[in-house]
Design a protein around this ligand. Structure first.
Ligand code: ADP
Ligand code: MG
Length: 697
């Protein structure tokens, strides 16, 4: 039955075409991501057993798994702690005990002396000799029954056993031929890569030949495994590249390079732009002057001065008669942008509007109306800017701060917000999470990239030390001294629990402790459970130096700017990832004073935590830290949550497969230029129809 369908492609072949798969099994397989026969082939084993050769009992080592062919010497049911069946076997090179705790009378009778058995199991040390507990075994009437290939073990789910998955992959592999599963990567592109073709790669990972490098297969370093990961990465990059091509088929408003508003704004600043800021601003202005939609990512370490670059870009849009939306991922950060932008623009007679999720209904209605009527030329806000009822009169530029918290889908939603007819707004995305270059090429393949790689003058690297939390007392007196010198201090409380309530409680305890030990100091508290008005008031007091010490949860992680704060204490630093620590630390070292950061930790530290803390002490360079974070925790974390929709690879892992990313982008570009049909095929295979928004061709 199956054989007659081999000529249709495997992704068109439903699972129920395979023997042994009915509707119920198909449903279970769907939870493992398998919807058609092609998916079965991309569901890879995570480990293997070698049942291809017989071992001699005399040469077995405890801890290994082995197939042996033996003869029963003696079988006995014994009653010690538990009733068990012991079967002593021998193959002429040595003896071994088979041990069963669950057994039937029939089994006992089977094991008469002289019976020949083939057993498979894990060898372990027993009381008198080596033994196998509950081995798989079969009575051996003819010769040995060995496997031709290594035996795979698949990720599975309740109600689907390994033998089922093996039978399915057997069938799927049997259906493999060039017609049924097209190799979309032309051989000439892979010539120098040491990678096998698709069909060989699949056969190898599912049914490795004896002697295959199992540890390479299991760690994803085997050429066959890499071949599949490579293809998947290419498919994702292609999806993003096409997204970009699609976007750029649209027109966009043209902003002249010269802008009165920008000139006035720049003249009002108390500082000059750094060379890096000017260069990146020029790139942005250039993009926005061409009539094609800009899609640009600006990376810059914390404190590099991204906000003013965004504001100057906004000024150009406003000069040209267009509206600007500026979106941030948290209320507190959006509020800070509102303050900065109001400061800069309102003195120039330009209104800055506000749209957050926390507005009351009436306020929200009038805010939305002002945006729709075009009374507000610049609107700052949170996700609330995405809502369907928000319409712009003529949005010309969408700015997103702290991009890594927004996924590709949200990016698209905002992009489409200002779209009308064939015109898209320009899009400027800013991130303070430096992303290693190769990772950015894959994760943000739909964007151009600029880097502000220079800090404003006068900044001194933050001096970072680590202290065991047992020395909290010393740290508190240090804080007291700093305050006496007129410095401002952050004290950051962290908890494993995501719960804002628990975080808030921990912060309340801390402020009680600090108030007692530092009675002279003015101490404030911000956490996620405060009303945004209250939070705002406290942040403002801290900024205005009416508070000496700010106790905070990780809500201050992003973007908050208080240049006079020069000491930060981070509790339970061992629990935080590198990128998060770097973000937090970036809150200090923004003024001209020498700043310090104290990482308090609970001993004993894990190896990984030790490494993180030592990296934090050694460097202030966000790019170095991001690369380390990638090595230690993987791409999902560096890009900030799995929301990106990019960490959801089936086979590839950006951290592990980092070294392939250069080739991924080069080969993707060649495919786009010369093999358009293959591009479609790859995207259909790996991204699928259901994600048309970014996989659609
Ligand atoms: P980030 O890149 O982390 O968003 P900000 O835009 O918040 O950084 O800038 C950090 C601080 O540096 C702000 O107080 C800002 O006014 C100041 N700043 C920005 N550019 C310069 C510059 N060229 N010279 C001096 N200070 C600057
Ligand atoms: Mg910022």
């Amino acid at each position: 039955m199956v054989a007659t369908t081999t000529r249709s492609s495997l992704d068109a072949l439903p699972l129920t075409k395979l023997k042994g798969v009915g509707a119920a099994v198909a449903e279970k397989l769907a939870t493992l991501g398998m919807h058609n026969v092609q998916d079965v082939l991309f569901h890879l084993p995570f480990r293997y057993q070698d049942r291809t050769t017989l071992s001699k009992v005399g040469s077995l080592r405890p801890g290994s798994e082995a197939v042996i062919a033996v003869e029963v010497v003696l079988a006995d049911v014994v009653f010690r702690k538990r009733r068990s069946l012991l079967v002593r076997v021998n193959d002429g090179t040595g003896s071994l005990m088979l041990r069963f705790f669950h057994f039937s009378q029939t089994q006992v009778k089977q094991f008469t002396p002289g019976t020949r058995l083939q057993c498979f199991g894990e060898v372990r040390r027993g009381p008198g000799m080596l033994e196998m507990v509950h081995p798989e075994y079969r009575l051996q009437t003819q010769g040995a029954a060995l496997e031709d290939t290594l035996t795979p073990f698949y990720p599975t789910t309740e109600g689907v056993q390994q033998p089922t998955l093996r039978k399915l992959t057997d069938q799927a592999l049997g259906l493999l031929d060039a017609h049924a599963l097209k190799d979309w990567l032309p051989g000439e592109l892979l010539r120098n890569s040491n990678m096998p073709d698709l069909v060989s790669a699949l056969k190898m990972v599912h049914r490795p030949t004896p002697g295959a490098d199992v540890s390479a297969l299991m760690s994803g370093m085997h050429p066959a495994h890499r071949r599949l990961a490579f293809e998947e990465l290419i498919a994702h990059r292609l999806g993003l590249r096409l997204l970009r091509v699609q976007a750029q088929r649209n027109d966009a408003p043209k902003f002249p390079l010269q802008s009165d508003v920008a000139e006035q704004l720049q003249a009002s600043l108390s500082f000059a732009l750094t060379g890096a800021q000017q260069r990146v601003l020029d790139e942005v202005l250039q993009d926005m002057s061409t009539g094609e939609p800009m899609l640009r990512l600006v990376q810059g370490d914390v404190g590099a001065g991204k906000t003013i670059v965004a504001a100057l870009a906004a000024a150009h849009a406003v000069s040209a008669g267009y509206q600007v939306a500026l979106m941030a991922p948290t209320e507190i950060l959006a509020e800070q942008h509102l303050l900065n932008f109001s400061d800069w623009f309102e003195s120039l007679g330009i209104n800055v509007g506000w749209l957050s999720g926390k507005l009351r209904v009436a306020q929200r209605r009038s805010a939305i109306e002002a945006v729709a009527m075009g009374q507000q030329r610049i609107v700052v806000g949170t996700h609330a800017l995405f809502q369907n009822d928000v319409e712009f009169e003529n949005l010309g530029l969408a700015i997103i701060d702290e991009q890594h918290r927004f996924g590709v889908h949200q990016r698209m939603a905002l992009r489409n917000k200002g779209a009308n007819e064939n015109s898209l707004p320009h899009q400027l995305i800013m991130t303070a999470t430096p992303i290693p270059r190769t990772l950015a090429m894959t994760a943000y393949a739909d964007l151009d990239c600029s880097i502000i790689d220079e800090l404003p003058p006068g900044r001194k690297p933050v001096n970072t030390v680590a202290m065991e939390s047992a020395r909290r007392g010393d740290v508190v007196s240090g804080v007291g001294k700093a305050i006496a010198e007129g410095r401002q201090v952050y004290w950051v409380c962290t908890l494993i629990e995501e719960s804002e309530t628990l975080q808030a409680e921990a912060a309340e305890d801390t402020i009680a402790m600090l108030s007692e030990l530092l009675p002279e100091s003015r101490i404030g508290l911000v956490h996620g459970r405060l009303k945004s008005r209250d939070k705002d008031a406290i942040m403002q007091q801290f900024k205005a130096q009416e508070l000496d010490l700010l106790v905070a949860t990780t809500v201050i992680e992003v973007g908050v700017d208080v240049p006079n704060a020069s000491l930060m204490v981070i509790e339970n630093a061992e629990r935080l990832g590198l990128s998060q620590l770097h973000q937090l630390r970036g809150r200090v070292g923004r003024g001209s004073a020498q700043s310090s950061c104290i990482l308090l930790y609970q001993a004993p530290l894990s190896q990984n935590a030790k490494e993180r803390i030592s990296i934090m002490r050694k460097t202030n360079d966000g790019f170095v830290i991001a690369q380390k974070d990638l090595d230690l925790r993987g791409a999902g974390e560096v890009l900030g949550t799995r929301q990106t929709g990019l960490a959801e690879f089936r086979i590839a892992e950006l951290g592990r497969d980092n070294d392939m990313l250069d080739d991924v982008s080069e080969i993707s570009d060649q495919l786009l230029a010369n093999w358009p049909d293959n591009v479609k095929g790859l995207i259909r295979r790996w991204i699928g129809e259901e994600r048309k928004d970014y996989g659609g061709v």
